[in-house]
Design a protein around this ligand. Sequence first.
Ligand code: NAD
Length: 480
Amino acid sequence: MQKLANYIDGKLTPAASGGWLEDFEPATGKAYARIPDSHKTDMDNAVAAAQRAFPAWSATSAAKRGEWLHKLAALVERDLEKLARAESVDTGKPIALARSLDIPRAVANLRYFAAAASQFASESHAMESGAINYTLRSPLGVVGCISPWNLPLYLLTWKLAPALAAGNCVVAKPSELTPMTAYLLSELCMEAGFPAGVLNVVQGLGPKAGVLLVEHPDVKAISFTGGTKTGADIAGRAAPKFKKLSLELGGKNPTLVFSDCDFERTVSESMRAAFSNQGEICLCGSRILIERGLYARFRDEFVARAKMLSPGDPLEEITAQGAVISEAHLQKVLGYIELAKKEGGKILCGGRRARLDGRCSGGWFMEPAVIENLPYDCRTNQEEIFGPVVTLIPFDTEDEAVAWANGTPYGLAASLWSRDVSRCHRLAAQLEAGLIWVNCWMLRDLRVPMGGMKQSGTGREGGWEAMRFFTEARNVCIKY
Ligand code: NAD
């Protein structure tokens, strides 16, 4: 069994306590690696190493910091195939998805912020009274980046790239369920010759290593992506210490389908929005609201396609639906199917555990589920399930569609399908979501603000938003 290590002060090290946690392959249900069960000494060592590295790293020119990120990006790109396979084994996602989405996006994150480092500019405000203000933006110091299991390297690099580009030193805490690509990235940092302590990766449990990072007095900011409950816990711990916080949390995203949509595109993209990565993407459209006149046609076509989406070995090229992350998560998702039935839902297809043969016979697979006949305000339609489960809801008026789309505690993303341009603009301004896609889904430009409203989080990532988050603004006012 492979033993992974922490990456602290430029070296690979086991947990100081000697403790280990098991890392499972979702497709087989078997442990295949061990990771350090990090605790206080490890976190203290990582933060201290980052603090030691900070003066030199923050004094390094932005162009040079960009060069380091470009170097790392080139190594990730060189190892794309190895990393895609590792991500697929660690998460259960289809290798084709890891190869086309996760790892290329990690490369793009590093390259985007490598360039941003030298292009980031600050504001200047001239006053009629004969004064000029300018804003100095300096890095914060040591920052913590905590990432989830669903898009491991993609979301880890989405945080550490802007943090490093802005001149901070980073302590990263990847999910204990998917530690592998963060470990492989540590190896690549060593190969690139990254200065010791600039980036540190501490593996381990959220309530243990994660909490220590959040509470560490020398960590100035926490950039977190994960569940809403965890986000609330982190906010509660960080707020009294006045740390900067970026929280990217859960979602219960609506897909709004109007009768005048491009039917073929709408069905195929709303399938992708519902079931990509086994529905384990925060942006997945898990509630499809359909104008009544189109409802029956849409439902029949959607269900026919969902039935064809049977889970397979994630390492096989043709697999489009892999395993879910853990047995516990599978049971949680199956529990929602039972809840949906109790709430009066009709299961149109799927919703059962899927049993595969051979190597994957012990894996955590589920048949994609489509459910109808549930009101918008039942628990199934209010709570984040984060699995291959989608509900279909007919609506009669635009106002009803907007009210139901907005009628959850979440506000992360929404997608809207219609050929009526006026309607699209009108509704885009009314939907309570940080990301609104019109006639598309998950089309991502790294410059745009990314984040949620309501219980989907606070703050925005992406583009200058991320560079601003990872810097402190100091205004200088000069009277002349
Ligand atoms: P999670 O909240 O359980 O864990 C996320 C990370 O936080 C992990 O690294 C975990 O170890 C750590 N952690 C757990 N408890 C902690 C604590 N008390 N203090 C500090 N760190 C702690 O989330 P998850 O199950 O890994 O990920 C799934 C969730 O992430 C879903 O709700 C999904 O919607 C959300 N998500 C959101 C976005 C977004 O951009 N908004 C993107 C991806 C995933």
